[in-house]
Write a protein that binds this ligand. Structure first.
Ligand SMILES: NC(=O)c1ccc[n+]([C@@H]2O[C@H](COP(=O)([O-])OP(=O)(O)OC[C@H]3O[C@@H](n4cnc5c(N)ncnc54)[C@H](OP(=O)(O)O)[C@@H]3O)[C@@H](O)[C@H]2O)c1
Length: 223
C-alpha cells in the first residue's frame, strides 16, 4: 500500500525538494503550506494542503480534514531565522516568533496528528532542526535561531521518550547548509542533495535510532 508523508513548509526550499523526493520515492505527499492555492504543482503524487504551523486553529482544522488518513511520516520542516538577534541587536518579537515556529509548532503539529500516525505500521516524526542548535558548537550570532533550534532538539528527544511505547520513531535532523532563501547562495549543497540524503536517512530509521540527532548524510550529529 502507498504510504503517506505530511511535510510542513513544503512550498519552497528544502520542504519542496523533500516533497518531490518522497513523491519520486513512491510516497503520497501531503504538501502543507500557508497558501496551498499558490502551490504550483503538476505532480499527481503531491497534494497541497493548508497549514500555518503557528496557528492552533489551522493545525486543528487540517488534522480534522485529514482524520481518515494514515500518515507514515510527519516532517516538521517549516522554519524561520532572523539575523537581528544578538547582544545589543535583539528583536524580541522575532525571538518569540522563532520559538513559536521552530520549537513549539513541531510539537503541536505532532500531537495533533498522532491519531493518523498511530494507524501506520512504522510511524516516524521528523523535525528539521539545525546544527546551529547544537550545544557543542560555540559559534556566535543568530541567538534567536540557535536557541529555538536547541529547544527543538530537546523537544524531539522528549517526544521520542513519550512515544517509545507506541512504537513511533522521533528524531531531529540537520539538513546540511542548503542553498535556499534561508541558507543563501554561499551554502554548500542544493535542496535536492539535502532532500535525497534526508529521504534515505528517514526511510531507513529504525526504533533504536529514535531520540537521536541525525544529519542529512546519514551520520549522527552530536547534541
Ligand atoms: N537552508 C539551510 O541551510 C538550513 C540549515 C539548517 C536547517 N534548516 C532548516 O530547514 C528548514 C527549511 O529551511 P529552508 O532553508 O528550506 O528555508 P526557506 O527556504 O526559508 O523556507 C522556509 C519554509 O518554512 C515555511 N514557514 C515559515 N513559517 C511558517 C508558518 N508559520 N507556517 C507554515 N510554514 C511556514 C515557509 O513558508 P512561506 O513560503 O509561507 O514563508 C517556507 O515554506 C527550516 O526549519 C530551517 O530552519 C535550513
Amino acid at each position: 500500500m502507498t504510504e503517506t508523508v505530511l511535510i510542513s513548509g513544503a512550498n519552497r526550499g528544502i520542504g519542496l525538494a523533500l516533497a518531490k523526493r518522497f513523491a519520486d520515492g513512491g510516497f503520497r505527499v501531503l504538501a502543507a503550506c500557508r497558501n496551498p492555492a499558490a502551490f504550483a504543482n503538476d505532480n499527481p503524487h503531491i497534494t497541497p494542503v493548508g497549514l500555518d504551523v503557528t496557528s492552533a486553529e489551522s493545525v486543528m482544522e487540517l488534522a480534522a480534514e485529514l482524520q481518515d488518513e494514515t500518515i507514515s511520516i510527519l516532517v516538521n520542516n517549516a522554519g524561520v531565522t532572523d539575523k537581528e538577534s544578538s547582544l545589543g541587536d535583539m528583536n524580541y518579537d522575532k525571538w518569540i516568533e522563532a520559538f513559536a515556529v521552530n520549537a513549539v509548532a513541531p510539537f503541536r503539529v505532532a500531537e495533533a496528528f498522532l491519531p493518523q500516525l498511530k494507524k501506520a505500521k512504522t510511524p516516524k516524526i521528523i523535525t528539521v532542526t539545525s546544527m546551529m542548535g547544537s550545544l557543542l558548537r560555540s559559534a556566535d550570532g543568530y541567538h534567536a535561531y540557535r536557541t529555538s533550534k536547541a529547544a527543538a532538539n530537546k523537544m524531539m528527544q522528549l517526544l521520542a521518550l513519550d512515544l517509545e511505547k507506541d512504537g513511533i520513531i522521533a528524531c531531529p535532523v540537520h539538513p546540511g547548509w542548503v542553498k535556499t532563501d534561508m541558507g543563501g547562495l554561499r551554502a554548500e549543497i542544493t535542496p535536492e542533495d539535502s532532500a535525497d540524503g534526508l529521504f534515505t536517512l528517514i526511510t531507513g530509521l529504525k526504533q533504536e535510532d529514535s531520540g537521536r540527532f541525525w544529519q542529512w548524510n546519514g551520520e549522527e550529529h552530536p547534541w
